[in-house]
Structure formats: structure tokens, C-alpha cells
Write a protein that binds this ligand. Structure first.
Ligand code: CTP
Length: 399
């Protein structure tokens, strides 16, 4: 977890500079405060506005004309918890090795005691040049963390080693450099998405759940060091460090969650599980010529209630409550009847909240505690609040 960490993101002049925008977004999503610094070369490849918009503050480029301080490099260097240079060109790598301070970024690199991560990106010939290889070896020997480039397509259509490491890998390395998270060694299983119950061979009863909130919780838990299993009905990209088990129906989800809950410390039921399913799904396709079908429904098992009944001592069980009326009363009833440690309640009728949105607004309920309201925020921010609460429950602290 990078919450509260101040990361200076140095971007230098290579074609991969555009990927720094994605990297910045991911670092911010992981909770970091990202301070972007661009070299003059980087400005040939990337607009300041773009990076400023996805970092935590505006881009800085200038050593000399800073309106807030006469010594921006020492302030940047001293306040940083980590400096990441991505992409790092051969020039900046050489300057850093030599101790040359020609611009704001190279000055900052010399003015810090924080750990430094260098993520080189250049053509294969340059990456394999003895001078670059030697500079990298010296920096490594000094304790600089070098994230080796990937092999793949490079600018101009060439293929080889030198492509900037995937932003996801860079974030994972940053997490390693900054130490274990508060869920290190904890096993977490999260269900996500809406179940689909077959009517016949082609039709299903489904719901509007996108799975985004469950995925955000899985990503947050993994970023904070947990080993995470996602039981999912949707095909979103799997968050780094999570293992995905694909399911479709309530029965499949029940089987997977019940089996997994036994050896997981934290169980989060974020999925929207169908409460009813067709009693007898037709094996083939129902034909129009046979008239309007009568579909009889039966109740599905309440997975969460079953997990609550079988809860092990010390296990933390988190449920959701999707409501359109009487939010607190209904959510409190679910907290009690399903033996939960935490309920994440949302008013799915409110604008920007719940199904299919990228934002959510929730109320966190714990037994015997005052409700905690999380105002409209990104699903990742909501995930952070949920995981903070899980950590508090594990530590035995009150909200
Ligand atoms: N849930 C479950 N199995 C079901 C239905 C719901 O495990 N068959 C879980 C959901 O994953 C969620 C919680 O129970 O964590 C509450 O789901 P919700 O749909 O809000 O409520 P229900 O329990 O289905 O009750 P109601 O439909 O009356 O609101």
C-alpha cells in the first residue's frame, strides 16, 4: 500500500514518456501522493497538462523559476519517500551515475536520501551498449533499484529488449521497495460481479453489477500485501497479484466461496447474487413458436448467510447491502442476521452510486459502532476505506 507515501515521478525524454501517465494514475490509485517532474526532453513527448491532470499536483520542470521555493530540488528530494524515474533515458542514467546536476530532476536525484527506482527505456542497441550497462551496474551497486526493461516492440517497429517495464510491474516494485503492507501474509477472498442464472441454453437472468467494486477491493487488498483470490463472474483485467476463479451462477459461486472461505482470513462478498433462479432451465433454446414461456423461480442459497454460520474465530466477514430504501435499517438487519463484521451499504438508487458506475458512496456498518459515511468517491477510494476497516477489525480497534 502506498497510502501517505510521497513519490517524485521523474519523466525523461523517451517515446515511453506517455506510459508515465498510466504509471502516475496507478500510483495515485494505490494511495500515493505523486509529485511529477519532467525534463526538457520529456516535453517533446508528453504534454505537461496530461501528466499534471493524472498526478497529485502540477508538473515541475524548472530549477530556476519556481514560484514557491528557491531550492525546489532539495525540497523535492528531502520530502520524497521514493523517487521513480520512468522512463529513464541513457542520458539521465549517465548523469545520475556521474553526479551531474544539470536540471531539476538530476538535482533532485542528488539531493535525496530516499530510495530511487530507475526504469530504463531505450532501443536495444543503446540498452546493451557497454557504457549504459556499466552505468546501470554502478547504480545497482549503490543500492539503486533498477526495474529492467521488457522485451517487445520498440519505436520504429523494431523488436528487442528496452521497452519500459509495464506500469503495473513498476507499481509492484514500488510496493516492495517501500516495505510490506498492513495485510502482508493475510489471505483474502473476494467475490465480484453479478451471477447469471440460465433460463434456457441462451438466456439468463442477470443483474446490473459490473464487478468494479469487488475488483477494486481485491486490488487494494493485494496492494497492501494480502494474497488475494477473486471469485468472479466478469472478465475485467485481473488486478496484479490476485488469483481469479471464474464462476457464473449462484450455485457455482456458493461452491467456490464455501470451499475457499475455510482457509482465508478475510472473506468479502461484493458480488450481486441472484436471489431467485429458474427452477428447471431448458436444455435447448426455448422457441418463439411454442408461445410465451412460464418461468417458475426458486430461491438460491444465501451464500453469505452460510459463510456467517460457518465463520471461524478471527475470520473477518464482510457483506454488502444494496438498497433502494431504508438503507441503515436494512443494512443493520443484514449485519445481524448474517453474522457479519462489516457491511458496506449503498443506496443503489442514488446518482453515481453502485452498479456500473466508476464511483460509489457507501456507509460502513460494524456491530455496536456508529455508521461511517464515505461520500461519493472512486471505487478504489471506497475499497481503501473498506480495507482500512478490515485492518481495524483485525487489530481489534474501534472505528
Ligand atoms: N448474498 C449472498 N447470496 C445471496 C444473496 C445475497 O451471498 N443469495 C450476499 C451479497 O453478496 C451481499 C449480501 O448478501 O454481500 C447482501 O445482498 P443484498 O442483495 O443486498 O441483500 P439480500 O440478502 O439478497 O436481501 P434483499 O434482497 O432482501 O435486499
Amino acid at each position: 500500500m502506498l497510502t501517505g507515501k510521497r513519490i517524485v515521478l521523474g519523466v525523461t525524454g523517451g517515446i515511453a514518456a506517455y506510459k508515465a501517465v498510466e504509471l502516475s494514475r496507478r500510483l495515485v490509485d494505490a494511495g500515493a501522493h505523486v509529485v511529477p517532474v519532467m525534463t526538457a526532453g520529456a516535453e517533446h513527448f508528453l504534454g505537461r497538462t496530461t501528466l499534471s491532470a493524472l498526478a497529485s499536483e502540477p508538473v515541475q520542470t524548472d530549477l530556476w523559476h519556481n514560484p514557491t521555493t528557491a531550492i525546489p530540488h532539495t525540497k523535492l528530494g528531502q520530502e520524497a519517500d521514493l523517487i521513480i524515474v520512468a522512463p529513464a533515458t541513457a542520458r539521465v542514467i549517465a548523469a545520475y551515475r556521474m553526479g551531474l546536476s544539470t536540471d531539476l530532476l538530476t538535482n533532485t536525484l542528488l539531493a535525496t536520501r530516499a530510495p530511487v527506482m530507475i526504469c530504463p527505456a531505450m532501443h536495444t542497441e543503446m540498452w546493451e551498449h557497454p557504457s549504459v550497462a556499466e552505468n546501470i551496474a554502478v547504480l545497482r551497486a549503490r543500492g539503486v533499484h533498477v526495474v529492467d526493461p521488457d522485451s517487445g516492440r520498440l519505436a520504429g517497429g523494431d523488436v528487442g529488449a528496452g521497452r519500459l517495464a509495464d506500469p503495473e510491474r513498476i507499481v509492484a516494485e514500488a510496493l516492495t521497495v517501500l516495505g510490506p503492507g498492513d495485510l502482508a501474509g493475510v489471505r483474502v477472498v473476494v467475490s465480484a460481479g453479478g451471477t447469471r442464472e440460465p433460463i434456457d441454453a441462451v438466456r439468463v437472468i442477470a443483474n446490473r453489477s459490473s464487478g468494479k467494486q469487488g475488483y477494486a477491493i481485491a486490488a487494494e487488498a493485494a496492494a497492501r500485501g494480502a494474497s488475494v483470490t477473486l471469485v468472479s463472474t466478469v472478465e475485467l483485467p485481473s488486478p496484479h497479484g490476485t488469483h481469479v476463479v471464474a464462476v457464473e451462477t449462484a450455485a457455482e459461486m456458493q461452491e467456490a466461496m464455501t470451499a475457499l472461505a475455510g482457509d482465508h482470513d478475510v472473506v468479502v462478498m461484493a458480488a450481486a447474487v441472484a436471489d431467485f433462479r429458474p427452477t428447471d432451465a431448458a436444455g435447448g433454446k426455448l422457441k418463439k413458436r411454442d408461445g410465451v414461456p412460464e418461468i417458475t423461480l426458486e430461491a438460491t442459497p444465501d451464500i453469505l448467510a452460510g459463510l456467517g454460520a460457518a465463520k471461524r474465530p478471527g475470520q473477518v466477514l464482510v457483506g454488502f447491502a444494496a438498497e433502494t430504501a431504508d438503507l441503515l435499517a436494512n443494512a443493520t438487519a443484514k449485519l445481524e442476521s448474517k453474522h457479519l463484521d462489516l457491511v458496506v451499504a449503498n443506496d443503489v438508487g442514488a446518482p453515481g452510486v453502485g452498479f456500473a458506475h466508476d464511483t460509489n458512496a457507501v456507509t460502513l456498518l460494524r456491530p455496536g459502532a456508529e455508521p461511517v459515511e464515505i461520500d461519493l468517491a472512486s471505487k478504489r477510494d471506497v475499497a481503501r476505506a473498506v480495507i482500512n476497516s478490515v485492518v481495524d477489525i483485525r487489530r481489534g480497534t474501534s472505528p
